[in-house]
Write a protein that binds this ligand. Structure first.
Ligand code: NAD
Ligand code: WQD
Length: 338
């Protein structure tokens, strides 16, 4: 298949491109490096021994995107490009709506011009908001509680409306739970620009000595040890879910949402002890107050993806921690090391 990947230099995009190239697909990637580094492109090609086409372009530039889509003539698009920091989205809502929603409209306009009718979209479990019941299935009400979550929900709606107005189109909405881990080679991984917002990269930076201690945001939740429970999913499993989704999009018409998680929950302290085991390092931490907007537990029911995509997560918590540690310890400053 010929696959156009937006946000291809990012964390999840780069891991997905590796799996696409490995399986013999042809890839054209687009990224403006707003939150990524060009170094990742060399690493992808080195890991796969294959080349990819790349354009440094903003997805909101509809004229440029139209030329790129027409020139590459993809069978399908995987749309990762977007902004993803919850706190920043509350401070800069218009930028988030512009990139995540305006960018999606721009991409679909370019796809329409070239007659490309299949898209796989990076959505998020954050579209569900506060749980009404757990685990979340795809019919759970969507009541996102922050601007970032709303941009993901609105993008889903944009895709749904585009698909129903476009003969023969298919939109697959992948609602990721908590992506963690790195490629087992240690050559690509997650490289946050500033202080990490997410648990796993923060823990990894404490283990490698870049930060003194982890702040655990609350130990008074109704969970087995009082700390927040999440459904962590290995990024290579997540990458493979996109390939299964491309396959699904090639065989079906319509809009379908799928939870991409394991169905297994771990607390913050479970993650700290698993990472400490994998790295052989102490992870100092202090208990602090709850982070505003956090929920106690987020857990996927992944059975729809298991049944309809024929996809299932196979990596366990030890794989998630060992691969993160391999990446972090061999690239202590991420792609900044070149
Ligand atoms: P990332 O920031 O590493 O990757 C996103 C990429 O998009 C970056 O390389 C960035 O430079 C690029 N980009 C941003 N704005 C752009 C624009 N206007 N034009 C072109 N490129 C642009 O993030 P990620 O973790 O790989 O996430 C990928 C997608 O998955 C995002 O849409 C995110 O919302 C979604 N998602 C991520 C998580 C997570 O926890 N990582 C969870 C659920 C959903
Ligand atoms: C996990 C747990 C924290 C950092 C976020 C987004 C979501 C999605 C994934 C994109 C929670 C605790 C964290 C720290 C801590 N992203 N924690 N100390 O909040 O489940 O989801 O990323 O779509 O939209 O909201 O993930 O990794 O930030 O937190 O104690 O320094 O770790 O309170 O219980 P979250 P996270």
């Amino acid at each position: 298949m010929r696959v156009l990947v937006t946000g291809g230099a990012g964390y999840i995009g780069s891991h997905t491109i590796v799996e696409l190239l490995r399986q013999g697909h042809d890839v054209c990637a687009v990224d403006n490096f707003d939150n990524s580094s060009p170094v990742v492109l060399d690493r992808i090609q080195e890991l796969t021994n294959r080349t990819l086409t790349f354009h440094q372009t903003d997805i909101r530039d509809t004229a440029a995107m139209t030329d790129i889509v027409a020139g590459f003539a993809p069978d399908a698009v995987i749309h990762f490009a977007g902004l993803k920091a919850v706190g920043e989205s509350e401070a800069e809502p218009l930028r988030y709506y512009d990139v995540n929603n305006g960018g999606t409209v721009s991409l679909l306009t370019a796809m329409d011009a070239a007659g490309c009718k299949r898209v796989v979209f990076s959505s998020s479990a954050t579209v569900y908001g506060e749980p009404v019941y757990l685990p979340f299935d795809e019919n759970h009400p969507c009541q996102p509680s922050n601007v970032y979550g709303r941009t993901k929900y609105f993008a889903e709606e944009i895709l749904r409306n585009w698909q129903s107005a476009t003969d023969g189109a298919c939109a697959v909405l992948l609602r990721y739970f908590n992506p963690v881990g790195a490629h087992p080679s240690g050559r690509i991984g997650e490289d946050p620009r500033d202080v990490p917002n997410n648990l796993m990269p923060f823990v990894a930076q404490v283990a490698v000595g870049r930060r003194a201690a982890l702040s655990v945001f609350g130990n008074d939740y109704g969970t087995h040890d009082g700390t927040g429970v999440r459904d962590y999913i290995h990024v290579v499993d997540l990458a493979l879910a996109h390939i299964a989704a491309l396959d699904f999009a090639a065989r079906n018409e319509g809009t379908e949402a799928f939870n991409i998680g394991t169905g297994q929950g771990y607390s913050v302290l479970d993650m700290v002890s698993a990472f400490s085991r994998a790295s052989g390092r102490d992870i100092p931490y202090k208990i602090e107050s709850r982070r505003p907007g956090d929920i106690a537990t987020s857990l996927a029911d992944p059975s729809r993806a298991n049944a309809q995509l024929g996809w299932r997560a196979t990596h366990d918590l030890d794989d998630m921690c060992a691969s993160t540690w391999n990446w972090q310890s061999t690239n202590p400053n991420g792609y900044g090391d070149g």
